[in-house]
Design a protein around this ligand. Structure first.
Ligand code: CA
Length: 249
C-alpha cells in the first residue's frame, strides 16, 4: 500500500441506505478496507450527518424515507463540495441521477458487486484528492501553469492577460462579464483537469452561492459562444458527462 492509497483509505464515508441488511453489508466491507464509515437510513438524517461530519464521500441511495436521494443531493450540493455516488434500483432513474441538475459524480444500479463499488469509491476519492492538491499548489503560488501574473497567457489565438484583466481572441478584446472572465481564468489555470461543477461553483462563485450547477452550465455556454470556433462542437471547454468540464486550451 503506498502513501496515496493510505490517505484515500483513511477517508470518511457517509453511507445512506434504508435497507438494513444492505447498509450493514456495505458498512462492514468499507470498514474492512480501512474507511471510517458513518451511516444514515433516511434522507434527513443523511443531511444532518453530512453537515455535522463533512464526510469525504457520500454513498447515497435514491429511494429513501423522509427525503429522497435526489433532494439530499440537491441540498448538499449547495453547501459543500463532496463526491456523491448514487445507488439506484431503477435503470430508468439513471438519467435523472447523472443529469446536469443533480450531478451525482457517479452511480451504480442495484444489484452491484462489492468489488465494483470499492473501485468506484477509490476512483472518486483519488480524483477529488488530486483536484484539491492541485488547487492547494495553486494557492501556494507554486503552480507553474501561469508563471507570473503579469505574463499574458497565449492559448493559440486566445490570449488571457490577467494583469490587464483582458481576453483577446484573434487580437481583438472580448467583452466578458466578470463571472465569465473568472470562470475562464479558473478553467484555464487548471488546463487538462476534470473539474466538477461543485468545485467550479466553490472556486468561482464562492461558498455562499446557493443557486446550483445550472449557473455553471449557463456561463460555460456563454463563454463557448465567445471563445469557441463552433460553440455547439466545443474544443476548448469540453464537457465531461456527469461530472463537469475540462479546459483543453
Ligand atoms: Ca432505498
Amino acid at each position: 500500500m503506498d502513501m496515496t492509497d493510505r490517505k484515500d483509505r483513511e477517508a470518511t464515508i457517509l453511507l445512506v441506505e434504508d435497507e438494513r441488511t444492505l447498509l450493514e453489508t456495505l458498512q462492514y466491507n468499507l470498514q474492512r478496507q480501512g474507511y471510517k464509515v458513518l451511516t444514515a437510513s433516511d434522507g434527513l438524517q443523511a443531511v444532518d450527518l453530512a453537515r455535522k461530519e463533512r464526510p469525504d464521500l457520500i454513498v447515497l441511495d435514491l429511494m429513501l424515507p423522509r427525503l429522497d436521494g435526489l433532494e439530499v443531493c440537491r441540498l448538499l450540493r449547495r453547501e459543500m463540495v463532496v463526491p456523491i455516488l448514487m445507488l439506484t434500483a431503477r435503470v430508468d432513474e439513471v438519467d435523472k441521477v447523472v443529469g446536469l441538475e443533480i450531478g451525482a459524480d457517479d452511480y451504480m444500479t442495484k444489484p452491484f458487486s462489492m468489488r465494483e463499488l470499492l473501485a468506484r469509491i477509490k476512483a472518486l476519492l483519488r480524483r477529488e484528492r488530486l483536484i484539491r492538491e492541485k488547487l492547494a499548489a495553486e494557492d501556494d503560488g507554486t503552480d507553474e501553469v501561469i508563471p507570473t501574473p503579469d505574463a499574458p497567457w497565449v492559448l493559440g489565438n486566445l490570449i488571457i492577460d490577467t494583469a490587464r484583466r483582458e481576453v483577446l481572441l484573434e487580437g481583438k478584446p472580448l467583452t466578458l462579464k466578470p463571472k465569465e472572465y473568472e470562470l475562464l481564468v479558473f478553467l484555464a489555470r487548471n488546463k487538462g483537469m476534470v473539474l466538477s461543477r461543485d468545485l467550479i461553483l466553490e472556486r468561482v462563485w464562492g461558498w455562499i452561492y446557493s443557486g446550483g450547477s445550472r449557473t455553471v452550465d449557463t456561463h460555460v455556454r456563454w463563454l463557448r459562444e465567445k471563445i469557441e470556433e463552433d460553440a455547439s462542437n466545443p474544443t476548448r471547454i469540453v464537457t465531461v458527462r456527469g461530472v463537469g468540464y475540462r479546459f483543453e486550451g
